[in-house]
Design a protein around this ligand. Structure first.
Ligand SMILES: [Zn+2]
Length: 179
């Protein structure tokens, strides 16, 4: 079985705000490599640095991954939502740090994100609710701001969700398990 280093909720590292990355040298490249490897090994579509215990503003995403042949990881450094729609939508989400369960979470229907690549160059990316990428971007950017799905829920939903998660953990759920 895969030995992973994914931090599980309720570890306080998941509620810490990660620091901006200013150095685009070797250690940042190595972090990206480590995160990408961890994401694929757990069959995730996204991973934030907090989730491996590193408080730096880096996110990796691959929402098109279906087999080993078509890995196409996107590395987002210091990503932020710079524009979003007023409209929101609800859709099911899972999280490698909250294994065994998925929950309906409210997200913006459209977002524009600005980030830097591994060379430090800025780029922008847009997604709307028809694409998995839309909620994935918002979910991962939440992580580097110390916000998990639980903090996105209204109180009543959160109480039920925490209970469902505890049950999943006692069944032995591991990162990558959805339901
Ligand atoms: Zn997550």
């Amino acid at each position: 079985m895969f030995e992973c280093d994914i931090v599980l909720s309720p570890n306080p590292l998941l509620n810490e705000v990660a620091q901006p990355i200013e150095d685009f040298g070797k250690s940042t490249h190595e972090l990206a490599k480590e995160m990408t490897k961890t994401m694929y090994a757990s069959n995730g579509v996204g991973l934030a640095a907090n989730q491996i215990g590193v408080l730096q503003r880096m996110v990796v995403i691959d929402t098109t991954y279906t087999s080993n042949k078509d890995k196409n990881p996107m590395v987002l450094i210091n990503p932020e939502v710079i524009e979003h729609s007023d409209e929101t939508y609800f859709g099911p989400e899972g999280c490698l740090s909250i294994p065994g369960v998925s929950f309906d979470i409210e997200r913006y229907a459209k977002v524009k994100v600005r980030a830097q690549n591994l060379k430090g160059e800025f780029f922008e990316i847009e997604a709307d609710k028809e694409e998995l990428l839309c909620k994935c971007l918002q979910h991962e950017i939440d992580h580097i701001n110390g916000i998990t799905m639980f903090e996105r829920m209204p109180t009543m939903q959160r109480i039920k969700a925490v209970k469902a998660y505890q049950e999943a953990l006692s069944r032995g759920a591991v990162p990558g398990d959805v339901e």
